[in-house]
Design a protein. Structure first.
Length: 333
């Protein structure tokens, strides 16, 4: 029987021919005359020490005026200082011809809209059928040597925007933006009930449940977690609501745990919602078919251009169907 690694529908990544991505360059100014190259790159480009250590091991990783350089070399005013990263592929990810909804792509990054039911990155039990498999195939078809580097992730049953870097420097820069909150993510959720306060902030620490490590709970001993929400609409006399949410922190299952904690669990959530015990409204659960959470908005500063970029992903068909069911609840009360 064919396996994922022998089936001709899948193409395993191979080591690309020796080469580098396009260089990233800065020109040393008068005030930077005499600086170490490492200091210039850290101050001007924000190159991390980890990436710098990696660059100095390659022949063309660090260069001054077209010649190989080292991190401790001094620079003079007017020197052209460059970093070059070796081209690479995700050798451990099988290329698979899957539908891939690309919202935006350039030489530096890719923004995709992930459907519900798709895992972002291969894990034990999910070697194929992931967003990574689809992206690797896409790049191979284009003749690009790119390693899959997601900046953040979404749960398997959450749909929406996922940002992917196409080289180590861009990944480092976007990860820093994500870590300090400069990447802004907006979610749409459909939940049971409605918050007592229409516009608010849920500030409740989250950690693993000692009795079930895969499950998260609100606990005083947990990690600081905060979610802002706005009630956009209620349905059926308050039996359900549509929420807009923004994360201040990025804990695992944060939205799902926080909404359940305030008494508004997600429709379709089989772990934290009434569906976990076979409850909930049958027609709503059937329409959603999964947790009713969608990563609808994402904005960030492009690491290479400095431009503020913002994108939106429309509701997928199953959540549109759920919204129609909820609107019908208004007519019946």
């Amino acid at each position: 029987m064919a396996t994922a690694r022998t089936d001709p529908r899948y193409v395993q990544g191979s080591v690309p021919p020796h080469g580098y991505y396009e260089p990233i360059a800065v020109v040393a100014g008068e005030a930077e005359h005499g600086w170490r190259l490492s200091k210039l790159l850290e101050r001007r480009l924000g190159v991390s020490r980890k990436l710098l250590s990696r660059l100095k091991l390659t022949e063309k990783g660090l260069m001054i005026n077209g010649a190989r350089a080292y991190s401790g070399d001094p620079v003079a005013a007017g020197d052209v200082c460059e970093i070059r990263m070796e081209q690479e592929r995700s050798e451990d990810i099988l290329a698979q011809p899957l539908p891939l909804e690309i919202v935006y792509e350039d030489d530096w990054l890719l923004l995709a809209s992930k459907p519900a039911g798709m895992v972002v990155h291969p894990t034990h039990g999910h070697y194929t059928g992931t967003l990574a498999n689809a992206a690797v195939h896409h790049w191979q078809q284009r003749g690009e040597n790119v390693r899959f580097r997601p900046v953040h992730r979404l749960d398997e049953d959450t749909s929406g925007l996922v940002l992917i870097a196409k080289n180590p420097y861009v990944h480092q820069q976007l990860s820093e933006q994500h870590g300090d909150g400069r990447i802004r993510k907006g979610y749409v959720a459909y939940a049971y009930g409605s918050p007592a306060i229409a516009l608010g902030r849920i500030d409740a620490p989250i950690d693993r449940d000692p009795a079930a490590p895969h499950y998260r709970i609100v606990t005083p001993a947990g990690y600081a977690s905060a979610t802002r929400y706005e009630t956009e609409r209620t349905y059926g006399g308050g039996r359900a609501c549509k929420l807009r949410l923004r994360l201040e922190t990025g804990r695992t299952h944060q939205i799902r745990v926080h909404l359940g904690w305030i008494g508004c669990p997600l429709i379709g959530d089989r772990m934290y919602g009434p569906a976990a015990d076979g409850g909930g409204d049958g027609s709503w659960e059937e329409a959603a078919g999964r947790q009713a959470l969608h990563a609808a908005e994402l904005s960030f500063v492009h690491p290479m251009t400095g431009r503020e970029m913002g994108f939106e992903a429309p509701l997928p068909p199953e959540l549109q169907a759920l919204e129609r069911e909820l609107l019908a609840a208004d007519l019946t009360g």
